[in-house]
Design a protein around this ligand. Structure first.
Ligand SMILES: *[C@@H]1O[C@H](CO)[C@@H](O)[C@H](O)[C@H]1NC(C)=O
Ligand SMILES: *[C@@H]1O[C@H](CO)[C@@H](O)[C@H](O)[C@H]1NC(C)=O
Ligand SMILES: *[C@@H]1O[C@H](CO)[C@@H](O)[C@H](O)[C@H]1NC(C)=O
Ligand SMILES: *[C@@H]1O[C@H](CO)[C@@H](O)[C@H](O)[C@H]1NC(C)=O
Ligand SMILES: *[C@@H]1O[C@H](CO)[C@@H](O)[C@H](O)[C@H]1NC(C)=O
Ligand SMILES: CC(=O)N[C@H]1CO[C@H](CO)[C@@H](O)[C@@H]1O
Length: 508
C-alpha cells in the first residue's frame, strides 16, 4: 500500500467536515453517491427477475391448482459459446450461436407447491401455503443470488395483487388481529366462494434471438380463461414482457393489467425490495434488489416511465410508491403484526384523480404539511395548507393518540395495521423533481424522472406516539405500477426502464 496520502481525498474529507459543521453542504450528491440496487439502471444482460402474487391481506391463502406456490423466477447468465465449450479454436457452433443464456431456475423450481421439498430439503412450513411461499421466495433467491458489496442481491420483483376479499371466509386479520366471518361488506369485491384465488401465471423463459433477449410472465385470475389467443373477451389479465439488446441499454419492462367483473380491483407493480428482512407490506423475510436500503432524506430514484393506456378513471397509477414499516413508538418492525405498522406513500399521476383531502374533509388530510424550507402548516390553516397536493391520508388503526378528525386505514389489506399517504402532482412537490401539474408523465408524456424521493419522504407526515424518538425512515420497497381500484373492464399498459436508486457513497 502506498503510504503518501492522496491530496484529492484529503480535500474531499475536509470539504465534507466543513460541510457538516457549517451546513453549507446541503447536497449529499456533492460527496458522491452510488447505486443502492444490484442492477443499476437495469443494464445487466444477465437478468434477475421474480414474480409473486398476493391476496387482499398479502398472503397466499390457497394455491391455484397446477400453478404451485405463487412465486416464480427468471434468472440467467449470458456466456460466450466458446467459453462454455472451453475452446479457443475455430468453432462453427460458436460462430452460429456466439452467446448462450444459461438459466438458473428450472420449471420444476417454479412449479413447486406447498408440501414439496426444495432440493430434497423439506421446509418447515407444513401445509401452510403462506409460510411455504415465503420459503419458496428465499429458495428462488438462493438460485438467483449475485455476490456483491455491501451485500448479495437476488432479483427485481413483479408483484400481483387482487383486492377481492371473502369476509365470510375469515382469511384476513383485522389490524393484525384474527377475526371471525362477517358480512356482507360492499367495501370488498367478492363473487362468492374462492374469490380470493391467485392468478394463472404462465412463463416464457427469456430467450436470445439475434441480439434481442426477451421473456414474459402472463396470465389471468379467471381460472377458466382461454389465454391461447391472448387477452380476448372480458377477462382479467396480467402480462409483463421484458426485452433488451445484448450489451446495450436498459431492459424494458412492458406491463399490461386488465380488470374484469369478477376481479375489479387488481394491482401490478415492479418492485425493488430489500434483499433480507421484511419488505414493505410483507411480514416474512424477502429477497430483492435493494442491496442498500434507501433512507430518508438521502436518496433519489431515477427511471423512465411511458404510460400507454391509463386503466380508466379509478386507476391509481403510482409514479412512485414507497413502503416501509415502523412501530408507533418509532422502533423498527420485528414481525409482531399487532404493533408493526406498514407505512406507504405514493404519488398518483392519473389526471382523472382529484383530491379527497379538502378544507371540508380534513379527516383524510395529514395533520400538517411541511414546506421544503421547514415551515409547517396545520391542515386547519385554509389559507396556506396545500389541500390539492394530498389525495388521501389514513391513520394506522392501532394509533393511540390520533389527532381528530381522523380516518382509519383499511384494517384488512395488510397483515398488520397500515398508514397511507397518497399525494398528487402539485407545485409544492416541484422542489423534489416531482410533477407539479396533473397530466405530467401521463399518456403521451413519457419521461425520464430523477425524483428526490428521500427529501420528499422526509418531509411527509407519518404518525408517531407523542414524545417518541423519530423513526428512521428506511424504505424497504420502492415500486412503480398501478392499482385499479374497483373498476371492471379497464386496461392499463406501460413500460419501465433505466430504474436506479442513488444513495450516499459515504453513509453517516
Ligand atoms: C409461452 O408460454 C406459453 C405457456 O407455457 C406457451 O404456450 C407459448 O407457446 C410460449 N410462447 C412462446 C413464444 O414461446
Ligand atoms: C406484540 O405487540 C403487542 C403490542 O405492543 C404486545 O402486547 C405483545 O406482547 C407483542 N407480542 C410479542 C410476541 O412480542
Ligand atoms: C417557507 O416556504 C413557504 C412556502 O413557499 C412560504 O410561504 C414561507 O414564507 C417560507 N418561510 C420562510 C421562513 O422562508
Ligand atoms: C388549528 O390546529 C392547531 C393544532 O391542533 C390548534 O392549535 C389551533 O387552535 C387550530 N386553529 C383553529 C382555527 O382551529
Ligand atoms: C367488456 O369490456 C368492454 C370494455 O373493454 C365493455 O365496454 C363491455 O361493456 C364489456 N362487456 C361486458 C359484457 O361486460
Ligand atoms: C376528476 C376527474 O377528472 N374526473 C373525470 C374522470 O373521467 C370521467 C369520465 O371521463 C369524468 O366524468 C370525470 O369528471
Amino acid at each position: 500500500m502506498e503510504k503518501r496520502k492522496n491530496p484529492c481525498c484529503i480535500a474531499a474529507v475536509l470539504l465534507l467536515v466543513v460541510g457538516y459543521v457549517s451546513g453549507v453542504l446541503d447536497s449529499w450528491e456533492e460527496a458522491g453517491y452510488v447505486s443502492g440496487v444490484g442492477d443499476p439502471g437495469m443494464k445487466r444482460d444477465g437478468l434477475r427477475l421474480a414474480i409473486e402474487s398476493w391476496n387482499q391481506c398479502n398472503e397466499v391463502g390457497d394455491e391455484t391448482p397446477n400453478m404451485g406456490s405463487p412465486r416464480a423466477a427468471d434468472c440467467f447468465d449470458v456466456y460466450k459459446s466458446a467459453q462454455l465449450l472451453n475452446t479457443q479454436k475455430k468453432c462453427s457452433v460458436c460462430n452460429a450461436i456466439p452467446y448462450l443464456l444459461v438459466h438458473r431456475v428450472t420449471e420444476e423450481d417454479n412449479k413447486l407447491g406447498v408440501g414439496q421439498p426444495f432440493l430434497g430439503v423439506q421446509p418447515q412450513a407444513g401445509t401452510n401455503a403462506d409460510l411455504y411461499a415465503a420459503k419458496k421466495e428465499i429458495y428462488l433467491g438462493s438460485k438467483c443470488q449475485v455476490e456483491d458489496t455491501p451485500k448479495p442481491w437476488q432479483f427485481w420483483m413483479i408483484m400481483l395483487k387482487s383486492g377481492n376479499m371473502d369476509t365470510y371466509a375469515a382469511k384476513c386479520p383485522k389490524n393484525g388481529h384474527k377475526v371471525g366471518p362477517y358480512g356482507p361488506d360492499d367495501q370488498f369485491p367478492c363473487f362468492g366462494e374462492g374469490c380470493m384465488n391467485h392468478p394463472l401465471i404462465y412463463h416464457n423463459y427469456t430467450t436470445l434471438r439475434g441480439s434481442t433477449m426477451k421473456g414474459r410472465f402472463y396470465g389471468s385470475w379467471d381460472l377458466d380463461a382461454d389465454l391461447s389467443k391472448g387477452m380476448v373477451g372480458n377477462i382479467s389479465y396480467h402480462s409483463v414482457t421484458w426485452e433488451k439488446q445484448l450489451g446495450e441499454g436498459s431492459w424494458v419492462f412492458h406491463h399490461v393489467l386488465r380488470t374484469s367483473t369478477k376481479y375489479p380491483w387488481l394491482m401490478l407493480y415492479l418492485r425493488s425490495d430489500a434483499t433480507t428482512g421484511f419488505s414493505g407490506g410483507y411480514h416474512y423475510p424477502t429477497r430483492g434488489m435493494s442491496k442498500i436500503i434507501p433512507e430518508s432524506p438521502y436518496f433519489k430514484v431515477t427511471f423512465t416511465l411511458n404510460v400507454i393506456q391509463g386503466g380508466g378513471p379509478s386507476s391509481q397509477f403510482y409514479l412512485m410508491d414507497i413502503g416501509s414499516c415502523w412501530k408507533n413508538n418509532g422502533q423498527p418492525c420485528d414481525g409482531n403484526v399487532t404493533s408493526d405498522v406498514t407505512r406507504y406513500s405514493e404519488m398518483i399521476i392519473n389526471p382523472n384523480t382529484s383530491a379527497l383531502c379538502r378544507p371540508d374533509n380534513l379527516n383524510v388530510c395529514p395533520p400538517y404539511h411541511t414546506f421544503p424550507n421547514g415551515t409547517r402548516v396545520h391542515r386547519n390553516d385554509t389559507a396556506r395548507y396545500p389541500y390539492a397536493a394530498y389525495y388521501f391520508y389514513c391513520s394506522p388503526g392501532n394509533g393511540q393518540h390520533l389527532e381528530e378528525p381522523y380516518h382509519l386505514c383499511d384494517p384488512f389489506s395488510n397483515p398488520q395495521p397500515q398508514e397511507l399517504l397518497q399525494i398528487l402532482p402539485h407545485p409544492v412537490w416541484g422542489d423534489y423533481g416531482y410533477p407539479t401539474k396533473q397530466g405530467e408523465g401521463w399518456i403521451g408524456d413519457s419521461r425520464t424522472w430523477e425524483l428526490d424521493v428521500g427529501r420528499l419522504s422526509q418531509s411527509l407526515y407519518f404518525y408517531q406516539d407523542p414524545g417518541t424518538p423519530p423513526a428512521r425512515r428506511l424504505w424497504m420497497s420502492v415500486d412503480l405500477g398501478t392499482e385499479i381500484y374497483k373498476d371492471a373492464d379497464q386496461i392499463a399498459e406501460w413500460t419501465v426502464s433505466d430504474f436506479d436508486i442513488l444513495v450516499p457513497a459515504n453513509p453517516k
